[in-house]
Design a protein around this ligand. Sequence first.
Ligand code: GLC
Ligand code: CA
Length: 573
Amino acid sequence: MKNKTLAALCLGIAFLGCSKSSQNKKTDYPWWKETVIYQIYPRSFKDTNGDGIGDLKGIIEKLDYIKDLGVGAVWLNPVYSSPNADNGYDVSDYKNIMTDFGSMDDFDLLLSEMHKRNLKLIMDIVVNHSSDEHEWFKNSRSSRNNPYREYYHWWPAEKGKPNYRYSLFDVKGDAWKYDSLTNAYYLHYFSEKQPDLNWNNPKLRKEVNDIMIFWAKKGVDGFRLDAFQFAAKDPNFPKFPDGYEKNFIQYYAMQNGLHGYLKEMNSEVFTPFNTMSVSEGAGRNFVDAHELVDEDRNELNMAYAFEGVDIAKYEGYKLTDLKKVFSKWDSAFAEKGWLSVFLANHDQARMLSRFGNDSPDFRNPSAKMLQTFILSMRGTPYCYYGDELGMSNLNFNKIEQYQDIQAKNSYAKALSEGQDMGYFMKKLSFESRDNGRSPMQWTSEHEAGFTTAKPWLPVNPNFKTVNVSSEEKDAASNLNYFKKMVNLRKENPILIHGKYELLLKDHPNIYAYTRTLGKEKILVLLNFSKEKSSVHIKEMSQQPDIWINNYQSLESKNQTVSLLPYQACIMKL
Ligand code: GLC
Ligand code: CA
């Protein structure tokens, strides 16, 4: 820790007086703190064999594009064999590639081509549960005496019905599924095709660590642990209070044993193979989050918390709430630990539609403003594919259009509960995960250049204007702004490590903060609304040195700045 503080101070001094320092300065920080991570949903990135489904060869084809973005790592959603009940989050063979996506040879080529370009690869490890079509589960199900029985959570029916457990994806919301074959219930926190693995069993833990070692030996650089905060369970399945499901994270996350599993994983996989690790979910509170990621814990490098993305609902959100959440997470991690910064991923609707404004007039400034935000916060930024272009929601209106198990099952559940379906459909249209999974928009041609066939999920009709090839040609595009912002971050450690301080806490439209490193201080101003807004910033100099601005100019006089709709800028103070 001491060394790091020293390094930060030296950097601060080294860069004093020059806003844009030379690139690729070697620092003492691990790569995952100083890079931008690009997330690829393989099913939707690029199809090369004309089946309407993205594949590994498609990613290989686009590696130069990815490299050119300036990002340093790719997090790939699961590519393992899977019956696709939940698009790969139901793994039937952890050491094989899903046929839709290609072969192991394709994978090996992808990895080596990435490494050639100095890009790291982060694999998604889905081990809170497997697919019910995994050999382990088939065996486990087959008889009570099968050696794999203890790989999953079974409850013998003669003991009566187990205590209620809420399922996130099940149509009835019941996480226990009765299986007549052995007259027992098995547990599935997600869909019934995703039975939960029994982490109390050391044999299972060894299998999982071996799987990770298999990939680490190939040279994979990091792991993202899917839903792992739910992995530990009390085998007695005690009764939880009525209505607990409204607050289920408090009951499911971070149960006894979890830290031990992570320490074991760390000593067997992460440390010996020098791989980075990030978990989905950061526990129930800051204490949990620190216990997951603080260096002296020897568990994980990072976790990602959902409080930020959870703010934006169909009903809208208040910027003051967003500021509050991001500021409190930053301050909780100011001295120790490291955060992930994101506003979107494959489980969310598009960030532009939720946090910005996807109407034609405001799409571009608001997409750029949101990128300025993510890329100027402390922590490791994650960019979800297509957000660099300003891709937006699909806005389905019929249930038949949806592909996602969560959408379909929640619809069936809402219907059976007699919910107001008009409201439900509007909310689903805005919030559903399908919104964030539409094919990448490469060109203005057939199906946005994603496939020669019909894509598995429709291309967003805005692809004629929102696409890579048009944006590459336009100096003022979202894509070119994104690259500029990524570079700015790479070249200026203050954007990565600088201390964050919130200004104008109660302003309803403007998010303003400073970042400080050594003697250097910068100001970030973000207008999150379509209204023009003037603010007084006493820290501002008469002639600000502007590092980046999503408009041509900035109106300011006597420390009063007038920000245009969704205007974003960063200046040196
Ligand atoms: C995680 C994944 C999500 C998946 C779920 C079950 O939340 O991000 O896509 O549906 O786990 O694996
Ligand atoms: Ca394909």
